[in-house]
Design a protein around this ligand. Structure first.
Ligand code: MG
Ligand code: ZN
Length: 213
């Protein structure tokens, strides 16, 4: 019985996501759903991505957080349009939340809309919001066991950005195992090793993302 209820919620979400996607297509906006645990560096990656791409692409951001506007304020100071969603407790964004804020997003003036999901390795991967692609950020300090423990997010993502790679010498993490397990779950996964602090690897990520839309 429980399974049935969950299925129905996901089906309803899928329909709304499809409506969002239609609006994005009509406006010619490419949408990336950016996921990852709290502290992985989603907002830092966004800041660096905007910095590296804003002369080539018109970017907008939707920030999802349980509470607060800290991340939206950080994005706002990069000069791109940003809308904050506070989920009021919900641990992921869904298509309905995105649909509700779309009137505040200047779709006609954008090439790329990035949706920063709520920090969480689990359910954001289950709920489509109308995106063209999902990407995830994983801090190297989170450990090499994450792909096999949280497989869905690795399976759903087109790209895995391993952040804080400058910390690799200081943590007991087997990055080869991490990459091997991630690719075993998702052979098409693109993996980028970056440090938002030092700038290492960011150019490759930005070039790849820039070439998608
Ligand atoms: Mg953030
Ligand atoms: Zn959730």
């Amino acid at each position: 019985m429980k399974v049935k209820v969950v299925t129905r919620i996901l089906e309803a979400n899928e329909r709304l996501a499809e409506e969002n996607r239609r609006k994005f297509r009509e406006s010619g906006v490419f949408v990336m759903n950016l996921m990852g645990a709290p502290g992985a560096g989603k907002t830092s990656l966004l800041e660096k991505t905007i910095e590296g791409m804003k002369n080539r692409k018109r970017i907008g951001v939707i920030e999802g957080d349980i509470a607060g506007t800290d991340d939206a304020e950080r994005i706002n100071s990069t000069g791109v349009p940003v809308v904050q969603i506070n989920t009021g407790g919900a641990c992921h964004l869904d298509a309905n939340m995105i649909s509700e804020v779309l009137p505040d997003v200047p779709l006609g003036e954008l090439d790329l809309l990035i949706v920063e999901n709520v920090g969480n390795l689990v359910c954001p991967a289950e709920f489509k919001v109308g995106e063209d692609m999902k990407a995830m950020v994983l801090s190297i300090s989170e450990g090499h066991d994450k792909p096999l423990k949280y497989p869905l997010m690795f399976q759903e993502s087109s790209a895995l950005v391993v952040n804080k790679i400058d910390l690799l010498p200081y943590v007991n993490v087997d990055i080869d195992k991490l990459k091997r397990d991630a690719v075993s779950l998702n052979p098409a996964l693109k993996i980028f090793e970056v440090s938002c602090r030092t700038g290492q690897g960011l150019e490759k990520w930005i070039e790849w993302l820039n070439g998608l839309n």
